[in-house]
Design a binder for this molecule. Structure first.
Ligand code: HEM
Length: 438
């Protein structure tokens, strides 16, 4: 491709097609398809006054995430994610990043996480108990509340009331970092966010003050507070990062998975049968998850079709060469996980929901064509927590309720995560199982 288009700039016809898709579907990532087909796996977006390159292939993604990592910075200073997270692990580089990662890592190990499985299941059951039998529930909102409660309990030993207090400010923070006009005009004033973001800060500082007066709780929060080399400012940044990165992503994944199951009732029935065969009416348990291959495959296929973080941001610190394409210093790189996950040379029938492809790992191996949690040294630190709570929640929900769809299926909408729009509205019908209130 690079010999046809040495500068990796898509041709006029491809741009025209991209524009038509953009106007029809109002979804930028889908519009990248004709551009990639025309200009190859690394190409420049034809934007006036901006140097933006898209990474849309597995080998190019491997280079960006591993080989060339020291030559890339994570984000631009003007990016609202950086404004919000400041020195949070997600947006810093080098030794400062590695240090924060080392401190947090023990709290994402299986032995730590699995000790919380019982409490997670209580939280999951409480939420299911509140759904009216035969009623309509907005699952994306339910899953966001559930993921927030679990996150606060596992990493910060904070009660449900904290989730309630944080809810509104966190919704404002989600909206603040979602793609918008600021991408083209970074200095555009956004006064409506000042108050809710201040409220988020105040709450987090109050939690820190409170924790400083308490004994060690054995969680990540206490680990930060007890360190003499971390001040309140740093703790605020790491905590905001975990709150933002750790609840919305899981919630979006679960909401899309419920939508896929609701709109594919035959697969929903097969997964429920698998759960019944393996668990009967017993509570799901971390040890049983590997005995639910179809459930796992459904979760993985959902992450392939609708990766909650569909694009990763990087910036070239020096001139680079990537898959034959020259990238000038300062270029903004968008690693489009969404496009890679639907690349026809990497996946059979990439647009269809086929969980079976993940039942046979040899059939469709992984590598850098499957990147829901990123890759390389910045691989999502929270992936083990996400998988544990996600599969426990899915197994328990499918044990206890049947999801039936309303209206038409949701469409992907690029916000802070790849949201299902206009939401996942489903009818829930209870199944009587032991230990439930049905
Ligand atoms: C399904 C759920 C999740 C998905 C799809 C997801 C996705 C990702 C991706 C793609 C990255 C790489 C970002 C990059 O390279 O720029 C990442 C990083 C990160 N994630 Fe997750 N994530 C999930 C859940 C979580 C959870 C539960 C937590 C924390 C409790 C978390 C915390 C983080 C943090 C702190 C980073 C930055 C890691 C680093 O830079 O070293 N994530 N996540």
């Amino acid at each position: 491709m690079s010999s046809l288009y040495p500068h990796a700039v898509p041709g006029v016809y491809a741009r025209w097609q991209a524009l038509r898709i953009l106007l029809r579907e109002r979804f930028l990532l889908e519009a990248l398809r004709p551009l990639r087909e025309d200009a190859g796996d690394v190409f420049f977006l034809p934007l006036p006054g901006m140097q933006v390159a898209v990474v849309a292939g597995a080998e190019a993604a491997r280079m960006a995430l591993v080989t060339l990592r020291p030559l890339l910075s994570s984000r631009l200073q003007s990016d609202p994610v950086v404004q919000l997270l400041r020195s949070g692990m997600l947006v810093i580089d080098g030794e400062a990043h590695d240090r924060m990662r080392r401190i947090a890592e023990p709290f994402f190990r299986p032995e730590y996480l699995e000790a919380h499985a019982g409490r997670m299941l209580q939280q999951i059951d409480r939420r299911i108990d509140a759904w009216p039998d035969g009623g309509v529930v907005e699952m994306d909102v339910e899953m966001r509340r559930l993921a927030l409660e679990i996150l606060l309990d596992v990493l910060f030993k904070l009660p449900e009331e904290a989730a309630e207090e944080l809810w509104e400010p966190l919704q404002a923070a989600r909206a603040y970092i979602a793609p918008g006009a600021w991408l083209l005009c970074p200095r555009i004033p956004r006064p409506s966010y000042r108050k809710p973001l201040q409220r988020l800060d105040t709450l987090i500082r109050e939690f820190i003050r409170q924790r400083r007066s308490e004994p060690d709780q054995g969680d990540l929060f206490s680990a930060w507070v007890q360190r003499t080399d971390m001040n309140d400012e740093e703790i605020r940044d790491q905590m905001t990062t975990m709150l933002i990165a750790g609840h919305d992503t899981v919630a979006t994944w679960l909401a899309w998975t419920i939508a896929l199951l609701a709109w594919h009732p035959e697969i929903q029935t097969r997964v429920r049968e698998e759960i019944r065969e393996q668990l009967g009416e017993n509570m799901p348990d971390p040890r049983f998850i590997h005995r639910l291959p179809l459930l796992r495959a459904v979760g993985m296929e959902s992450l392939r079709l609708f990766p909650p973080i569909p694009v990763l941001n990087r910036r070239a610190l020096v001139p680079l060469r990537m898959c034959g394409v020259s990238i000038p210093s300062g270029t903004r790189l968008l690693i489009s996980i969404y496009t890679i996950h639907r690349h026809p040379k990497l996946w059979k029938a990439p647009e269809s929901f086929q969980p079976e492809r993940f039942l046979n790992p040899e059939g469709e191996g992984m590598g850098f064509r499957y990147l829901p949690f990123g890759g390389g040294p910045r691989f999502c630190i929270g992936a083990p927590l996400a998988r544990l709570e996600g599969f426990l929640a899915l197994a328990r929900m499918l044990q206890r309720v049947i999801f039936t769809p309303l209206a038409s299926p949701p469409r992907p909408h690029l916000r802070a995560t790849l949201d299902p729009w206009p939401g996942v509205w489903v009818r829930v019908q209870r199944i009587a199982v032991r230990g439930s209130t049905a």
